[in-house]
Ligand binder design. Structure first.
Ligand code: KG4
Ligand code: ZN
Length: 344
């Protein structure tokens, strides 16, 4: 406890960021250290799971030490593990080897320091990222979760509890961004590169098909549009034409976002509150489109800052805090669950 507030340590290692954070009462972030492996994986065109695990192992203790140092500087007093009230860690979904490093580290700290261990669902963490900067936001609300592995519309009933109303039947939105970026030669990580280059392109240059599925469905399908881009690029090459990369990127992005925004706005029509989460939530065009649509419909819209959209431990600390308050303490048998459902 620090000044009557609960101090949580959180660890995140589900994919290619090694991160540790300290926060007070879940929502007041004292430090959020993120060691990104982007440079390491870029030469392979995507995340190599074994390499990711090795880098997490090499970096995790240093990242945890730095998070104590930075939080201590912010508070003007030295912080140690004995000040911590709980240790939260992502246990799924994610890459199994990567998750295991975080889970094993958190268990070791919890055992050595005699602290409660809290296993956190990574997707609940993404949703909770909204609580950090929007101090008044509380469930219930609708959430659009768009990341590298997920595209879901979920009803958030209470802290750490949601019901998925629909999800992708094939590729996730971020996955489609990453795959299309590769096809048009932008490389990894695709999402931010498409976002940037699209600003110089015409979103109406090429009409890629929008897939809405059955009427009223909250599900998504993005594999068709990925194939559509591939066919377009190959067709142009066969004709000996140069492709206009900004136009292809902008047209692809617009087609994906038209579907996502339409469905998210439908879903939020009743609760009139929408919180967006996940790596793709940092997409500037998505933010622009949702802001306009929600304003017109009187829907209150919440976004985390980009640093809290992509993987980070502060969001895990926030979800962990509410699980801790609920008495959701795990024992040392906590294991990594790579396929953990988002509404598990
Ligand atoms: O949430 P996240 O950091 O990791 C997962 O839990 O999956 O999301 C990573 C995904 C990647 O597919 C990345 O390309 C995408 O988020 N992404 C973006 C942007 N920034 C990250 N997609 C579109 N526009 C962006 N600005
Ligand atoms: Zn994530």
């Amino acid at each position: 406890m620090i000044d009557g507030k609960t101090l949580g340590l959180a660890i995140e290692s589900s994919c290619d960021e090694t991160s540790a954070a300290l926060s007070l009462n879940g929502r007041e972030v004292l430090s959020n250290i993120i060691s990104s492996q982007i440079a390491v994986h870029t030469k392979f065109g995507g995340v190599v799971p074994e390499i990711a695990s090795r880098h997490h192992l090499q970096n995790i203790n240093t990242v945890v030490d730095s998070c104590f140092e930075e939080a201590g500087e912010k508070l003007g007093r030295k912080l140690t593990m004995s000040d911590v009230d709980f240790i939260a860690v992502t246990y799924g979904p994610g890459l199994v080897g990567a998750l295991l490093i975080g889970v094993a580290t958190a268990k070791a700290y919890a055992l050595a320091a005699g602290k409660p261990l809290i296993g956190v669902n990574h997707m609940q963490g993404h949703i909770s990222a909204n609580f950090i900067e929007h101090k008044d936001l509380e469930p219930p609300f609708m959430s659009l979760v768009v990341s590298g592995g997920h595209t879901n519309i979920v009803q958030v009933d209470r802290y750490n509890h949601c019901i998925s109303l629909g999800g992708t039947r094939d590729d996730a939105a971020g996955e489609a961004f990453d795959k299309v970026a590769r096809v048009i030669g932008l490389g990894y990580p695709g999402g931010p590169k498409i976002d940037k280059i699209s600003k110089q392109g015409d979103p109406d240059a090429i009409r890629f098909k929008r897939v809405f599925l059955e009427e009223g469905s909250m599900d998504f399908s993005f594999s068709g549009i990925k194939t559509g881009v591939l066919n377009y690029v190959n067709g142009e090459k066969q004709k000996g034409h140069e492709i206009n990369v900004p136009d292809v990127a902008a047209s692809f992005q617009q087609a994906v976002l038209d579907v996502i925004v339409t469905k998210a706005v439908w879903a939020a029509e009743k609760p009139k509150r929408l919180a967006v989460a996940g790596g793709v939530a940092s997409n500037s065009r998505l933010r622009e489109m949702l802001t306009k649509e929600c304003e017109e419909r009187g829907i209150e819209l919440f976004f985390p800052s980009p640093v809290y959209c992509t993987d980070n431990a502060a969001m895990i600390g926030c979800a962990g805090y509410y699980k801790y308050l609920d008495g959701g303490i795990d024992d040392l048998t906590l294991d990594a669950i790579p396929g953990l459902a988002m509404d598990a």
